[in-house]
Design a protein around this ligand. Structure first.
Ligand code: COA
Length: 425
C-alpha cells in the first residue's frame, strides 16, 4: 500500500511548477488524473524536443506516475465531464494564469458547491497585491523573490541559479500545503483553498538573506568576504559570490585539473572547531597558534587570504582526493559534481534518486526519482502518459460513463483522440 492510495488528484497543472507538485503526489500513491487540452496537451510536451515525434524530456521528467485525459473544458460536454471529475476527486491542483479557472466557470464557490470536501490548490506568480494578475515563469520568480539580487559576484550583475527554486521549489511548497489540508480535512470533513505564490516560495528559500538585510542595519556583515577586502556595504544585502551564507566561512577553490575541467573545484569550509586540522592539512601549522589566525573573529578580515592558501593545497589534489583527506578530519567539503557525474553515480541509482525509465516513443531515459524516501511507501517511478492515453479509462472507470452516454462524450468534441496504451507500446 502507498501512503496516498485512494486519494484522487484532478491535475490541471502545466509546465513545471504544478507538475512538480502532482508528480510528488503520484509518487506517494495518489491517482493523478492530468487534464489536458485535446490535440495540444501540456505545452512542455513539445518544448526542447530532442527526439522528433516523442514527448520531450521536459515533459516526461515532470509527469511520471500520472494518467492523462484530454478534455476541452470550454465545451459544454467537457464542462459536464469536468464537473463529474470535481465531484469525484479529493484535490484540484492548478497553475493557470490568474483568473483562467474562473473564466472556465469553475470558481472556488462553484467547486465548493459541487464538492465541499474538495481541496483546491493553486500556484500563482504573486500573491494578492500589485502584481497578482501577472504571468510568471521561473526566472521572473527568482528575480522578484530576492534570489537574483543576492546571487552572483559582487562586481557582476544579478544572477539566476540553475536550481529551479521558483517552479520546482513552489511545487514543493504547494505539495506540503495540500498534505496539510488533507490532514485537516480528516478532522473537519471540509476542503479548503491552498495557495502558493512563486515570489513567496523563493523568498522563503532566501530567508537567510532577509536575515542579513536586518543585520546590515547594525553594521557590516563581517562573515562576507567583502568585509575582509575592505569594500563598503550598500543598503541592501549584497551578492556574496561563493561565501557560505552561514557562520562558518566557505568558498569554492580550484583542484587539480582545473585548467581543463570546468568542474575540478571543491567547496571548502574552514569550520572553526577543526581549524587546527585545516591548518595542518593546508600546510600552515603556524596559524593554529598565531593570534592573527587562531580565533574565528581574528580571521574574519583575512578570509580571502585564507582561501588562497587553501587553494594552493587543493590545486595539488583532485576533488575526490580532497574529500578523502578532509572527511575523516571532519572538515566539511563537497566536490563540484557535474550533471554527467551525477547521472553516472552508482549510489544515486541504488537509492532510486536517479532512475532509468522506459518510454514507448523515446526509449529509455534518465530521470530524477523521488528525493523523499518513505520506508512504508516506496516509490515506483512509472513513465509519463501519452497525450490522452487514459481518456477512455478515466471516463469509464473513474466517472462511470457507459453505452450511449460514453458515445455522446466521444462525439461531442469534448475529448480528443484516445490512444490506447497497448497501441502505444
Ligand atoms: N480546455 C480548454 N481550455 C484550456 C484547457 C483545457 N483543457 N486547459 C487550459 N485551457 C486554457 C485556459 O483556460 C486559458 O484560457 P483563457 O486565457 O481563455 O482563460 C488558456 O488555456 C491558457 O492558460 P494560461 O495558464 O494562461 O497559459 P499560458 O501559456 O498563457 O501561460 C503561464 C503560462 C505558466 C505563464 C501561466 O499559466 C501562469 O502564470 N501560471 C501561474 C504561475 C506559474 O505556475 N508559472 C510557472 C509555470 S512553470
Amino acid at each position: 500500500m502507498k501512503a496516498l492510495e485512494g486519494v484522487k488528484i484532478l491535475d490541471f497543472t502545466h509546465v513545471q511548477s504544478g507538475p512538480t507538485c502532482t508528480q510528488l503526489l503520484g509518487w506517494f500513491g495518489a491517482d493523478v488524473i492530468k487534464v489536458e487540452r485535446p490535440g495540444v496537451g501540456d505545452a512542455t510536451r513539445q518544448q526542447l524536443v530532442d527526439v522528433p515525434g516523442a514527448d520531450s524530456l521536459y515533459f516526461t521528467m515532470l509527469n511520471h506516475n500520472k494518467r492523462s485525459i484530454t478534455l476541452n473544458t470550454k465545451n459544454e460536454t467537457g464542462k459536464e465531464v469536468l464537473e463529474r471529475l470535481v465531484k469525484e476527486c479529493d484535490v484540484l491542483v492548478e497553475n493557470f494564469a490568474p483568473g483562467a479557472l474562473d473564466r472556465m466557470g469553475f470558481t472556488w464557490e462553484r467547486i465548493q458547491e459541487l464538492n465541499p470536501r474538495m481541496i483546491m490548490a493553486s500556484i500563482k506568480g504573486f500573491g494578492p497585491g500589485p502584481y497578482e494578475d501577472c504571468k510568471v515563469y521561473e526566472n521572473v520568480a527568482q528575480c522578484t523573490g530576492g534570489s537574483a539580487s543576492t546571487t552572483g559576484f559582487l562586481d557582476g550583475p544579478p544572477t539566476v541559479t540553475g536550481a529551479q527554486i521558483g517552479d520546482s521549489g513552489t511545487g514543493l511548497h504547494l505539495c506540503l500545503g495540500i498534505m496539510t489540508a488533507l490532514f485537516q480535512r480528516e478532522k473537519t470533513g471540509r476542503g479548503q483553498k491552498v495557495m502558493a505564490a512563486m515570489q513567496d516560495g523563493v523568498l522563503n528559500l532566501c530567508r537567510v538573506k532577509l536575515r542579513d538585510q536586518q543585520r546590515l542595519a547594525k553594521g557590516p556583515l563581517q562573515e562576507y568576504s567583502q568585509f575582509g577586502k575592505g569594500i563598503e556595504f550598500g543598503d541592501a544585502t549584497p551578492r556574496a559570490g561563493n561565501d557560505s551564507g552561514g557562520g562558518q566561512p566557505g568558498w569554492i577553490v580550484k583542484c587539480k585539473g582545473w585548467e581543463t575541467d570546468p568542474n575540478a573545484y571543491v567547496y571548502f569550509i574552514t569550520q572553526a572547531p577543526v581549524w587546527d586540522k585545516v591548518c595542518e592539512v593546508i600546510g600552515k601549522p603556524e596559524w593554529v597558534t598565531d593570534p592573527e589566525y587562531a580565533t574565528a573573529p581574528a580571521r574574519l578580515d583575512k578570509i580571502a587570504a585564507i582561501f588562497d592558501a587553501v587553494e594552493e593545497w587543493t590545486k595539488t589534489k583532485d576533488k575526490f582526493e580532497v574529500m578523502d583527506i578532509c572527511n575523516p578530519l571532519n572538515i566539511p567539503c563537497g566536490p563540484i559534481l557535474s550533471m554527467k557525474e551525477l547521472a553516472e553515480e552508482p549510489s544515486l541509482r541504488e537509492t532510486g534518486t536517479i532512475v532509468e525509465v522506459d518510454h514507448p516513443e523515446r526509449g529509455p531515459y534518465l530521470s530524477v526519482g523521488c528525493p523523499i524516501k518513505l520506508s512504508d511507501s516506496p516509490v515506483d517511478v512509472t513513465r509519463s502518459p501519452l497525450l490522452g492515453e487514459h481518456t477512455e479509462e478515466i471516463l469509464t472507470d473513474v466517472l462511470g460513463y457507459t453505452g450511449d452516454e460514453l458515445e455522446a462524450v466521444k462525439v461531442s468534441g469534448a475529448v480528443g483522440d484516445m490512444p490506447k496504451a497497448e497501441a502505444a507500446e
